[in-house]
Design a binder for this molecule. Structure first.
Ligand code: CUA
Length: 151
């Protein structure tokens, strides 16, 4: 009889654990500042916002940064954004999987051809931040980096 109680207890704990994992996964998928859209990797240059990559001011408190990753660089003109404002990064790849990782921040996005990866971030401190690829993408992987200036 005693063993039966423990068995029931074990099953209940398992169910509770699995629902917590499920709810966490679900809420991350539906995070308002994250998420994914699809894009034709062959038409990146003709598809907004990547037809005009770089920084666009959306309103007083929001900026959008569109960036195209391809072996082995990030196609975007000079990147300058203000500190203390919400910066929405939209990144896609024209060829293979890269990453868009901003050193010293929590921004570490996987960049997948055919998908637009979106991530919102607010820089606290002005300065120059290194953007680099930490997903092995070929012989030039180690030379794939750029810079963003926060003012
Ligand atoms: Cu791109 Cu590594």
């Amino acid at each position: 009889k005693f063993e039966k109680i423990w068995l029931v207890f074990g099953i209940i704990s398992l169910i509770v654990f699995l629902s917590i994992v499920g709810v966490t996964a679900f809420s991350q998928d539906h995070h308002p500042s994250g998420g994914m859209d699809t894009i034709d990797p062959k038409k990146v240059d003709q598809t907004a916002p990547f037809d005009n990559p770089g920084v666009t001011q959306i309103d007083d408190d929001t900026y959008q940064v569109a960036i195209v990753a391809s072996a082995f660089s990030y196609t975007a003109p000079e990147l300058r954004v203000p500190a203390g404002k919400e910066i929405i990064f939209k990144v896609t790849s024209k060829d293979v999987v890269h990453s868009f990782t901003i050193d010293d921040t929590k921004v570490n996005m996987m960049v997948v051809p055919g998908q637009i990866t979106t991530r919102a971030y607010t820089f606290d401190k002005p300065g120059k931040y290194l953007i680099l690829c930490n997903e092995y993408c070929g012989t030039g992987h180690h030379f794939m980096f750029t810079e963003i200036e926060v003012y």
